[in-house]
Design a protein around this ligand. Sequence first.
Ligand SMILES: Cc1ncc(COP(=O)(O)O)c(C=O)c1O
Length: 452
Amino acid sequence: MMGVETMSEAPKIVTLPPGPKSRRLLEERERYVPPGVYLIAPIALERAEGAVVEDVDGNRYIDFTSGIGVTSLGHTRREIVEVIKEQAERLIHTCIHVTNYRPYLDLAKELTEITPGRFPKRAILLNSGAEAVENAVKIVRQYSKRPGIISFENSFHGRTYMALTLTGKWDPYKVGFAPFVPGVYMAPYAYCYRCPFHLNYPDCGLACVEYIEKSLLKTQVPPQEVGGLIAEPIQGEGGFIAPPPDYFKALKALCDDHGILLIIDEVQTGFGRTGRWFAIEHWGVEPDVMTMGKAIAAGLPLSAVVARDELMRDVYPGSLGGTYGGNPLACVAALKVIEIIKRDGIVERAARLGEKISKRLGEMGERYEIIGDIRGKGPMMAMELVKDRGTKEPAVEETKEVLKTALNRGLLLLKAGLYGNVVRLHPPLTIEDELLEKGLDLLEETIRSVSQ
Ligand SMILES: Cc1ncc(COP(=O)(O)O)c(C=O)c1O
């Protein structure tokens, strides 16, 4: 029996992870699954509830990963499980190309209403973040009749060919997969801690935006051949890089000057993760196109593209979609997710959670030299670990050690970043205060032991 009381008794380590049962599954994985599918923690899960996961050996961990920002309302939340079960008994699949069904339409309407911008919009539903990115680019190219797309260094947009081409990190994502899709141009991002121009904000005058205008659009591709520019509002896999306050306004102005459509990829940042419904709201910018996924449906595969009505209403009939996109089970889960976020004030809760996390990380930053930078928005916070605060040499091995030590103590963590030296936090937005504090205590103990 899965009881709230039992599962919330965490962390609980009964055998050093990976325990014997996890190890056996690991051997099977190594035998049958290609190593291209990477693994963060060498444990196998048996069950999960709220902010706690339990492995097959009976170890319990506080989950600061949410399955990479997906189970934001906690694992196996009862009311979501119930709507999925009810829907499964009525209709599992028909395909939106074959017949219509209400949950798809209700969700499309909801998404056009909760996204920034009071202009008419439309939404298409898909299965994964990468697929949303693919479709966003298709919509932009068909509408604008311009092939070029600008993307950013250190970005991550997924593993299908267009999404991968747009991704600004070579190893491991792109290794051995060339050639990529034509028409993509890379610009440096506002990674201020490691500014590509070795400048400091605000004295830099946003040199990274100016570079697009003064260099990229003059040397690589003319603006009249660029249909869209795609950016994460906070680079997720890139290490939770949140650009300075005036960055996106400047980027949007540049796009508008040249008739380039702004695509904001909210796959990792949407649905309250940063203390706003969507992260781009922190910068007061209304994108032309948005992609979303992950937390949208509490763990069922679903993603979406939401765009201005004029971009979507004339898309060539039959040129978009797929067999499973907007599956009824995923749609009812997403509708319930949105209902809970509204009803329980989850966005405000996330903002408060962010204040607590930011305060604790700030204190850790004062105590431990290994922490070179602390950044993010709301509860989407990260620490970049360095060997030396002056040289900023990435503390790559130490970061691996942090994840391993934390796991051994009962805390599940993720890393990120160009150098793999960023510890990022993705706790459920509904995590109880006590579990959050315990998790942050474990994180601090871990950082202390690794810094010694
Ligand atoms: C910003 C962003 N876009 C796209 C994706 C790809 O999503 P998926 O793995 O669901 O294809 C990710 C995944 O981490 C992401 O963070």
